[in-house]
Design a protein around this ligand. Structure first.
Ligand SMILES: [Zn+2]
Length: 174
């Protein structure tokens, strides 16, 4: 048994007579409040010999995603991983500096999720500007404790009442 033994069937006629083919694809994606038109003349697909139904798989996804990243000028999964490794950071360390979940880095690098434009910019800044990497990462418990302050007429509180997001480390610094 190899991965080649995977044998999809046509969803329409249930035929297993599918052949490799290509298909022209035009799609529109919403991104940063605008519409991005992705147009490719030959996306790899499977075509049903019986009814001509076209099946889009992983290869098609990857081709469309690569074109989308090119049009929107987003770092590719390979670029993100290479830039991170060139600095010697683990996914967890980079996530700590960016103050995001390590799972996000992992998903971007595997291509499972496309980073937002804002996160792409943050990635570029953190990976290319050493000064940006000196920004404190997640607050240590001691630093979190120092955010407990007294509330008086100036509006300072005895407790950090700003954990509205429910996430640690999100308290306002002042
Ligand atoms: Zn079919």
């Amino acid at each position: 048994m190899t991965s080649q033994s995977f044998n999809p069937r046509c969803p329409c006629c249930k035929s297993d007579s599918l052949e490799k083919s290509t298909e022209a694809v035009d799609r529109e994606y919403a991104f940063e409040g605008r519409s991005v038109a992705v147009s490719l003349p030959a996306v790899p697909v499977l075509r049903c010999r019986s009814c001509q139904e076209v099946l889009f798989g992983l290869e098609a996804d990857e081709a469309l995603t690569a074109e989308f990243r090119r049009l929107t000028n987003l770092l590719s999964p390979t670029q993100i991983r290479a830039l991170r490794k060139a600095l010697g950071y683990t996914q967890e360390e980079l996530a700590g500096i960016m103050r995001i979940a390590a799972e996000s880095i992992s998903r971007w690098e595997r291509g499972h999720v496309i980073q937002s434009g804002g996160m792409d910019t943050l990635l570029r800044v953190v990976l290319n500007v050493s000064e940006a990497r000196r920004v404190p990462a997640r607050l240590s418990p001691l630093e979190q404790a120092s955010l407990t302050y007294k509330k008086d007429s100036t509006g300072w509180a005895s407790k950090p009442d700003v954990l509205t997001s429910g996430k640690p480390g999100m308290a306002r610094a002042a």
